[in-house]
Ligand binder design. Structure first.
Ligand code: G3I
Length: 350
């Protein structure tokens, strides 16, 4: 108990990790003991996204996700479905007819519903909850002008939640986004969730991704979002936690990054290893975050790390390829960072 994160947090919330193809299939042998010891929730990092699980119109690639579900059974871990509808990693054919013309609203929604039926149907009873829709808002709280939104307005969101619930009425349904500490964005997500609920559409929770830096966002501003989401009557989960110790364009995240932005080596300053004083800051930052999570453990149902070990983190590729990132609990050689893990365990004993 004194060694394991999942056991220490058992009474409070699930502890999750995002897995790649090799971890899910067992090809990466070093992953299993870590997963077994620390995690009771698994999220597919990429392998359930549309482009991966449904690469062509009549072709599904269920193998990698089947592996993840099987692994979860072995580990007695819950599965999070990530993600059914997103603007990213969705092939262009999805939006187009056989002549390359954009589909009408209704044709696109039918295609989306068909995808949801097939995916949710296959894993019926095996997925604890789905990130049904991912990242539908810009940071200012406006709806993201994605191909989904441009074609269907917010009906794509409603129809996605309705369909997922119809196919598997027992699975939980979430809305998931990054920078949810930003009041405008958080409030927009809460408004959406309330709208769904008022129309009788199931939505259980709101996922705050949690791609954070060492200093930003502040604990207070994250706390405000936890409280607001819970006050509105929705479960809170931290769905993609990692802490980037490197300089990063905080407000230019992912798809919101503007086209003129070019990262250079100044975003990769710890190539030779992480200085001791920065490691201390990383431990401290994780400690403060988990103290916050524990303070609100009645509102939070899960905290998932976006990867198992530093070597596999997406932050090695963002905002530029070839970075050496240190965001997770296990280093690139699969060695546990016991300073962080022990600190997080002590947080439960305070
Ligand atoms: O699988 C291909 C491989 O065949 C090819 O050789 C290689 C060359 O680039 O690309 C591989 O695909 C990459 C994929 O990850 C799997 O490794 C994609 O290029 C790459 O874009 C993709 O990145 C993922 C990203 O989502 C896609 O937007 C990251 O791993 C994943 O961590 C990241 O996760 C997202 C969440 O889903 C939503 N929230 C933000 C978060 C971080 O961006």
């Amino acid at each position: 108990n004194s060694q394991s994160l999942k056991k220490s947090y058992e009474k409070y919330f699930d502890i999750g990790a995002a897995l790649g193809v090799r971890e899910a299939s067992g090809t990466e042998k070093r992953a299993y003991p870590i997963l077994d010891k620390h995690f009771d929730s698994l999220t597919p990092e990429n392998l359930m996204k549309w482009g991966s699980i449904h690469p062509r119109l009549d072709e599904y690639n269920f193998g990698p996700m089947d592996n993840l579900v099987e692994l979860a059974e072995k580990l007695d871990a819950r599965v999070v479905g990530h993600t059914l509808v997103w603007h990213n990693q969705t092939p262009n054919w999805v939006y187009e007819d056989e002549n390359g013309e954009l589909l009408s609203k209704e044709a696109l929604l039918l295609r989306m519903e068909d995808h949801i039926s097939n995916v949710v149907g296959r894993y019926k009873g095996k997925v604890h909850g789905y990130d049904v829709v991912n990242e539908a808002f810009f940071d200012d709280g406006q709806y993201r002008t994605s191909k989904w939104y441009n074609a269907a307005g917010k009906d794509f969101i409603k129809r996605a939640f309705i369909k997922a619930n119809q196919i598997d009425p027992d699975t939980e349904l979430y809305y998931n986004d990054y920078n949810m500490w930003k009041p405008e964005k958080r409030d927009a997500a809460i408004e959406l969730a309330k709208e769904l609920r008022e129309e009788g559409i199931r939505i259980d929770g709101i996922g705050m991704q949690g791609h954070y830096g060492l200093e930003s966002p502040s604990i207070e501003i994250i706390e405000a979002s936890i409280v607001k989401i819970a006050e509105a009557g929705f479960k809170v989960m931290f769905t993609e936690v990692d802490i980037d110790v490197l300089p990063n364009p905080v407000n230019r995240h992912g798809a919101d990054i503007d086209a003129t932005f070019e990262a250079d080596e100044s975003y990769n300053i710890y190539k030779e290893g992480l200085p001791e004083e920065v490691q201390v800051q990383l431990v401290q930052r994780y400690k403060e975050l988990f103290e916050l999570f524990m303070k609100h453990q009645d509102k939070i149902t899960r905290v998932t790390f976006w990867g198992i070990h530093d070597g596999g983190s997406w932050l090695n590729n963002w905002p530029m390829p070839g970075r050496t990132a240190y965001p997770l609990l296990v280093d690139k050689d699969y060695k546990e960072k016991r300073d962080i893990i022990d600190t997080l365990i002590r947080v439960t004993e305070q």
